[in-house]
Design a protein around this ligand. Structure first.
Ligand SMILES: *[C@@H]1O[C@H](CO)[C@@H](O)[C@H](O)[C@H]1NC(C)=O
Ligand SMILES: *[C@@H]1O[C@H](CO)[C@@H](O)[C@H](O)[C@H]1NC(C)=O
Ligand SMILES: *[C@@H]1O[C@H](CO)[C@@H](O)[C@H](O)[C@H]1NC(C)=O
Ligand SMILES: *[C@@H]1O[C@H](CO)[C@@H](O)[C@H](O)[C@H]1NC(C)=O
Length: 883
């Protein structure tokens, strides 16, 4: 080896050198000594008086020897000697300099050796990593080969292609016993048909112009809408509204009625005005059609659909209208505004109810005094309403419970329910009646329902409900109201979703945002080697693998079976199918060793292990996966390039999506670091912070690491965060913690970024989130919130924390001790100045108003790796060296 040879030469050089130095030193010492001795003798002798000459023989002799020399000669000799001395000492200096030079070379060589050693170690680590990657690739290949059940792709969509025809031998007779099995033609709705819905001309039957236009529009927006009647699975007929009498014998003249109205839905919408008399009942005219209306005197369970009243606007943002959920207990415990029915046959006695409710300090509002006012709406044996919509809303907003007397099939219950939920009053339903969409929506978790016989116990019952349940009922009521009742669009969409669900067809895939590259076609950006900026710790954090997208749409047909309840009631989002959900269940831990091990990378092959084995495999409860980094950038190209280049060699990284918010495209000669994974630069339509959470189609993993372009995270921190997120997939998992604190002087919330022992937000400037939340942020969150984010150019991270905490009722997870995360040298970002903070205070208060409560929850939990600060034997390795 070169350096060892050099070393030896060098050693020789050193030996020789020291010898020379010794000799020269000797010479140097001896020559002047001698010279000095000699000269001093001569001079002494010269000074001595002549009388003393005899005193020493030898001296005399010496004197006589030298006396021959002339003084000038002597002087010359001395000078000669001095010259020699001078030249020797010059030489000595030279040698000394040389020695120092060599010495420093030695130092530099040994430094180089150290460098080479560490390089060797790095290479060794790299080699190990490559070996590991090769090993992982082998496993993946083996898996691919062994996979005897290949990924199922759906067959080509099977769609009906002819109009319904009159069936022979099947009468169009009234079917009061219709079920989906006997009255529905399933052959028009194959599993892969996508549930096409055809809407008849809305002017065929009497209805207001408003309703006609609104229904045409809302059905047009529904993703199932088709204009081709031959392909349709179901046919929608708007048969009218409320009390308007209609002649249903016209139904049989509908062009696709097919003799018996198979697969037809008769949409009978109502606002406030439906009476039991005007309700549709199954008859020879309606034949096999499904009746969808607010109330059903003759409800056929599993076949007819109970609608919510269409009291809301046609569509749009309804959140901001809704009332605050707090405080839990309002002024009136129970309120009711209405008059008892005029007809006989009702078990309900209001005077009796009042007598059971009154004798306490609880305020109860029973307003039956509107009997004589012109505002009163009484119809048949139905309960009358008192007051105007707004006066009733004002009372309801002050009521903890809203009393809703219901007799079976009573039409006004829907309107009362709508009003109560909108005002965040908990419906207190007395009696029994089918509630809207009761086939899938569980109203029990949003209302209190009692039978007539329980009226004496009613007060006790509602009084005993603690605040947490009041708020839980209220929150759930609000969720159901928003999703299924709030607007005409919600009513139409829910009706169709319910029937689709009944047929066990999957919803359409959630819309993704197209990711248009900033680079025009054919332009290949210049590449550059990534600068390894700061020495990364020399630990192997995982294998480097080729990009591996997370498997998507695996549960098209099983989600509604296994988690149908959650779909409708917990997440309240049956309208779209998502590629994956953060709530997908885990397999039991032994399943992966008995047949279901596809994609799993158990630690140590299942045997577990400390740091080394841990870093070799992803482990966990989910199959292997990768994450995508989404980075928003605006006119800071160098900062961005530095950030990108630091991502070189990051394990489990699938792709980097850079959202280019600036209207100016990147410079043509900008050099992009080649970091080993695709970097997709997406052109943003406009400069908005909401772009950070667009569900771009190019994001192919469930895990998304959202980072600011100037965020500075080490690889081990990112990998650790990723591993923690894999176990907390429904939460925000990240680094910078913040909290909301009460403003003790002025009331309301303050945003606080000080160090603290409790936090309630993790900023998405450096956090993992599930891609699902990007769909929700973009399509489900109220527009008012995204508008506020645009208005302030701020707060998108707070909005995301609100959203996730609202959905999950869980706080975010903070990982590692890191509190700040921006790079030290970067220009101070705008987040430092005071207006930024002022805006964030305002955002929290505004979002609270829109949500009706503050969904944020406090946590003192922080995730550090398991063996962090644990003493372990020397032959064992920690999970991570530094965190
Ligand atoms: C599941 O649904 C998605 C979205 O509609 C579709 O792309 C995919 O092919 C479907 N897969 C199966 C197996 O049905
Ligand atoms: C309904 O219309 C049909 C024909 O369109 C007519 O024969 C029938 O008398 C009408 N019935 C009522 C109650 O108006
Ligand atoms: C309602 O109950 C009260 C008290 O029990 C009774 O006096 C009254 O007659 C009842 N009213 C009706 C209409 O039954
Ligand atoms: C943060 O702490 C500092 C010093 O303790 C204090 O002056 C400041 O008001 C705090 N900021 C907030 C927002 O509470």
């Amino acid at each position: 080896m070169v350096f060892s040879k050099e070393l030896i030469c060098h050693w020789f050089a050193r030996v020789k050198l020291s010898r020379i130095v010794m000799l020269v030193t000797l010479a140097l010492v001896i020559v002047p000594l001698f010279t000095h001795y000699y000269i001093s003798n001569v001079e002494r002798d010269r000074d001595r008086p002549v009388s003393d000459v005899h005193r020493t023989r030898t001296k005399l002799e010496a004197y006589e020897d030298y006396s021959a020399l002339k003084a000038s000669d002597l002087k010359m000799r001395i000078q000669e000697m001095l010259r020699i001395k001078g030249s020797v000492s010059t030489e000595l200096r030279d040698l000394e300099a040389k020695r120092q030079r060599l010495q420093s070379e030695v130092v530099s060589f040994s430094h180089k050796i150290d460098q080479l050693k560490s390089e060797l170690m790095r290479q060794q680590a790299e080699l190990n990593r490559l070996k590991l990657s090769v090993e992982q690739a082998r496993v993946a290949q083996r898996e691919a080969l062994q996979q005897n059940t290949p990924e199922v792709a759906p067959p080509l969509g099977l769609v009906a292609n002819e109009l319904p025809s009159r069936l022979e031998g099947v009468g169009g007779a009234a079917s009061s016993s219709c079920t989906m099995a006997t009255c529905f033609d399933h052959s028009r709705c194959s599993l892969t048909s996508g549930f096409p819905v055809y809407l008849y001309d809305t002017s065929l039957f009497p209805a207001t112009q408003f309703l006609r236009t609104a229904v045409t529009q809302t059905v047009g927006y529904n993703p199932h809408f088709t204009s081709d009647p031959a392909k349709a699975c179901v046919y929608l007929v708007l048969v009218g509204e409320g009390e308007k009498r209609r002649n249903l014998s016209d139904l049989s003249a509908l062009p696709y009625w097919g003799g018996d109205g198979r697969n037809h839905i008769l949409l009978h919408l109502s606002r406030n005005d439906l009476t039991i008399e005007s309700s549709l009942v199954p008859s020879a005219d309606t034949s096999r059609a499904i009746i969808a209306q607010t109330s059903h005197p003759q409800f056929r369970p599993g076949f007819d659909i109970v609608l919510s009243v269409a009291m809301g606007p046609p569509g749009g943002d309804v959140w901001a209208e809704a009332a605050s959920m707090l405080p839990a207990r309002r002024r009136y415990l129970v309120s009711f505004q209405g008059v008892p029915p005029s007809k006989e046959g009702n078990l309900f006695n209001l005077t009796e109810l009042q007598s059971y409710l009154s004798p306490t300090s609880d305020e109860i509002l029973m307003d039956t005094g509107c009997e004589k006012s012109s505002e009163l709406v009484v119809s048949g044996w139905e309960w009358g309403l008192c007051g105007t919509d707004s006066s009733r809303a004002a009372i309801l907003r002050q009521s903890t419970f809203a009393l809703i007397p219901a007799v079976a099939g009573s039409p006004a219950v829907g309107a009362r329910l709508y009003e109560a939920l909108k005002a965040a009053a908990i419906p207190l339903i007395i009696g029994d009646t089918p509630l809207p969409y009761n086939e899938v929506v569980r109203w029990r978790s949003a209302s209190v329902s009692v039978m007539w016989a329980r009226i004496p116990e009613l007060h006790f019952l509602v009084r005993s409900i603690p605040d947490i349940d009041l708020l839980s009922l209220r929150r759930q009521g609000r969720l159901l109201w928003e999703s299924y009742c709030s607007s005409l669009q919600a009513v139409v969409d829910t009706t169709l979703a319910l029937l689709r669900d009944r047929l066990q067809l999957p919803p359409p895939p959630a819309p993704e945002t197209p990711a248009i590259s900033i680079f025009t076609d054919g332009f290949v950006p210049l590449k550059t080697e990534p600068v390894v900026a700061d020495a990364e710790p020399e630990e192997s954090l995982g294998p480097l693998e080729p990009p591996y997208p997370s498997p998507s749409y695996r549960r098209n047909f099983s989600l509604i079976l296994t988690q149908g309840f959650e779909v409708w009631n917990t997440w309240a989002d049956p309208f779209w199918l998502y590629p994956q959900l953060p709530f997908d269940p885990f397999l039991p831990s032994d399943a992966k060793f008995s047949g279901s091990g596809m994609g799993f990378r158990p630690i140590g092959g299942g045997a577990g292990g400390a740091g080394k084995e841990f870093c070799d495999s992803l482990g966990g409860n989910n199959p292997r996966e990768q994450f995508t980094i989404v980075m928003l950038t605006y006119e800071r190209e160098q900062v961005l390039m530095n950030s990108l280049s630091r991502l070189h060699g990051l394990p489990y990284l699938n792709k980097v999506v850079v959202v280019w918010n600036s209207p100016r495209p990147p410079l043509q000669d900008l050099r992009w670091p080649d970091i080993g994974v695709p970097v997709h630069v997406v052109k943003a339509n406009r400069n908005s912070l909401n772009n950070r959470f667009l569900p771009y189609e190019t994001i192919e993993t469930e895990a998304v690491l959202s980072v600011d372009d100037d965020a500075h995270l080490r690889h081990d921190e990112i990998i650790f965060g990723f591993r923690v997120w894999r176990e907390q997939r429904d939460r925000v998992v990240g680094f910078p913690g913040r909290f909301h604190a009460l403003d003790l002087n002025h009331g309301g919330w303050l945003y606080n970024s000080n160090y603290s022992c409790e936090l309630s937000m993790v900023l998405t400037g450096a956090a993992f989130i599930h891609k699902y939340y990007m769909y929700l942020y973009t399509h489900w969150l109220p527009q008012a919130i995204r508008d506020k984010v645009d208005e302030y150019m701020n707060c998108e991270d707070i909005a995301m924390n609100f959203l996730v905490s609202h959905i999950t009722r869980k706080p975010p997870v903070k990982v590692t001790s890191r509190w700040t995360f921006r790079c030290p040298g970067c220009p101070v970002s705008l987040s430092e100045d005071d207006t930024h903070f002022q805006e964030r205070h305002k955002c929290i208060n505004f979002f609270t108003q829109v949500f009706g409560y503050t969904p944020l929850l406090n946590t003192q939990f922080r995730a550090d790796s398991i063996l962090f600060k644990t003493r372990i034997p020397h032959d064992k390795q920690k999970c991570f060296k530094f965190i």
